[in-house]
Design a protein around this ligand. Structure first.
Ligand code: GDP
Length: 526
């Protein structure tokens, strides 16, 4: 047999270990899993549409328009939220472009749903940050960026709305560099501005992409060339390592509306990735090219079909080759779990998954067995980390007007809490359940869904509590503390004890007088 070049004598003599070529390498190398982050109105929805269109996932622009992102007003949001079909189909969108398989994960725009966004960002390998060329960096952009930075998620920047009056490009680049303490490296440069914006020059491939043919003496070209020279002299070149580490962002200029610059962005994602990164567990990091299948559930969407009460768990495949019909170990409950109908989601429909690889996001229908933060493996005792619960800042007692529905309410609250709509705390003294949220819009969603999906109308009453903390520590000390504070103790969804305090002062005192206990404002789940 002819030796394959992989096992070349040179490599062997250099002391390298001979290993069979990894069959997963090729598939993983062409996976791109990302989210788009932005301040409302910067153009995330429009860019999403254009990206999907470029990927052939939708035929016409306008299809994503109705999705759960645009409704900033309450009534708008609620009506969309009721229309489960639309908002669900867009929580992940899979499409092909340039030989790569893209998974675009949607993140809710409203800050009241930041926990959901945080969880989703656990499942991506990079993020596209959309900035309005006239407004620069806005509050929510900054916040989302900080979340990405905490996790070293590489960022690509898309400066949108270049077809309108915009800030000076150098000023914008400066603002990003200074404001976010990030190296900026222009990947493209705009040709023309505002109404005369016709396209981009790709500094990487040295190609011009314009919507109309420009004569060589068009002043816009001369201007672009001059500015590109300035930019190259003043700003760092693209550096893969620095990008991968989240220290440098390549910047693209464009107009989502006019479809300028969109393929620059996708081409760059194809060219420099990043491919699926290693995912952290409690014990070790799992690389995407490891053969055994592992997956992490980061989102649950219930009642997609209200007639069936089914639930879709969205899982990121972290390693291996996942196939339909496979049986995986559900680590939290220690049981086998069969993947009968894993699904891929496209902009308009879904399709059964025959095989999926590291980086892919699949939907797994189930009846409540899978929860946010759950790990699936081929047997290894692994638990992925990085999917947190934040201590809620708003605590309300659920008021039920129809006492006959108490049992139904309990069940519904558990289901919606498992989905991550709210956090549920059951007081240990048997008092009615307390729900905790980060933003009040979550309460509106809870109320509307309890009515629409479970036919349980509820109201909310205030509680004396303003803070919740998970309590851990010496069992005897915990027992004593619990006995002394019975009315302020509750169990969360997993049965973990939570201390509710009426003020920061009370919380501080509890911590001070109980040195054997720890009070946490973040709980890692999974
Ligand atoms: P989102 O809130 O970030 O999802 O933003 P949208 O995509 O809904 O866009 C907000 C508004 O900006 C809409 O009226 C869009 O039509 C408009 N818009 C989006 N992209 C562009 C663009 O490239 N140029 C111009 N002029 N308007 C845009």
């Amino acid at each position: 047999p002819v030796p394959s070049p992989v096992f070349s004598a040179a490599a062997a003599s250099a002391g390298e270990v001979k290993t069979a070529p990894n069959p997963l390498t090729g598939e993983i190398a062409r996976r791109r899993t990302f989210a788009i982050i932005s301040h409302p109105d910067a153009g995330k929805t429009t860019l999403t549409e254009r990206i999907l269109r470029a990927g052939g996932a939708i035929q016409m622009a306008g299809n994503v328009r109705a999705k759960g992102e645009r409704r900033r007003t309450r009534s708008d949001w609620m009506s969309i939220e009721r229309d489960r079909g639309i908002s669900v189909v867009t929580s992940v969108m899979t499409f092909n472009y340039g030989g790569c398989v893209f998974n675009l994960l949607d993140t809710p725009g409203h800050e009241d749903f930041s926990e959901d966004t945080y969880r989703t960002l656990t499942a991506v390998d990079c993020a596209v940050m959309v900035i309005d060329a006239a407004k620069g960096i806005e509050a929510r952009t900054r916040k989302l960026f900080e979340i990405c930075r905490l996790r070293d998620i590489p960022i690509l920047t898309f400066i949108n709305k270049m077809d309108r009056e915009a800030q000076d490009c150098f000023a914008l680049l400066d603002e990003i560099a200074e404001g976010l303490a990030l190296d900026v490296s222009p990947a493209t440069w705009p040709v023309g501005r505002a109404a005369r914006f016709v396209g981009t020059y790709d500094l990487r491939t040295k190609t011009l992409h314009t919507t109309e043919e420009l004569p060589p003496d068009d002043p816009r070209l001369a201007e672009m060339e001059e500015e590109c020279q300035l930019a190259s002299a003043a700003l760092p070149e693209f550096d893969q390592e620095s990008f991968d580490a989240g220290h440098l962002t390549p910047v693209f200029f464009g107009s989502a509306m006019k479809e300028i610059g969109v393929t620059d962005l996708l081409d760059a994602l194809v060219a420099f990735g990043p491919p699926p990164r290693a995912q952290k567990t409690e014990t070790r990091e799992v690389r995407a090219d490891e053969e055994p299948v592992t997956a992490l559930v980061f989102k649950i969407q219930a009642n997609m079909d209200p007639n069936h009460r089914d639930r879709m768990a969205f899982a990121r495949v972290c390693s291996g080759r996942l196939t339909r019909g496979m049986r995986l170990k559900h680590v939290r409950i220690g049981k086998q779990f069969a993947l009968h109908t894993p699904q891929f989601f496209f902009a308009q429909d879904r399709q059964l998954v025959e095989e999926a690889f590291g980086g892919d996001v699949v939907g797994i229908p189930n009846h409540g067995t899978l929860r946010i933060g759950d790990t699936l493996t081929e047997g290894e005792e692994l638990r992925f980390t990085g999917v947190p619960h934040f201590a809620p800042e708003i605590l309300r007692r659920v008021r039920l007007d129809d006492a006959m529905k108490a049992k139904k309410l309990r069940q519904a609250l558990v289901e919606l809490a498992e989905e991550g709509v709210v956090q549920l705390f059951r007081p240990q003294d048997g008092a009615p359940p307390i729900v905790g949220v980060v933003g009040t819009l979550q309460l509106d969603v809870l109320q509307s869904r309890l009515k629409a999906e479970y036919n349980v109308p509820v109201g909310f009453d205030s509680t004396p509590y303003t803070l919740a903390r998970w309590v851990t520590g010496d069992p005897a000390a915990l027992e004593k503390f619990t006995a002394l504070n019975r009315t302020a103790m509750a169990d969360d969804l997993d049965g973990d004890p939570v201390f509710l305090a009426s003020s920061g002062f009370m919380m501080a005192r509890a911590a001070e007088t109980n040195p054997d206990l720890a009070f946490h404002d973040i709980k890692q789940i999974g």
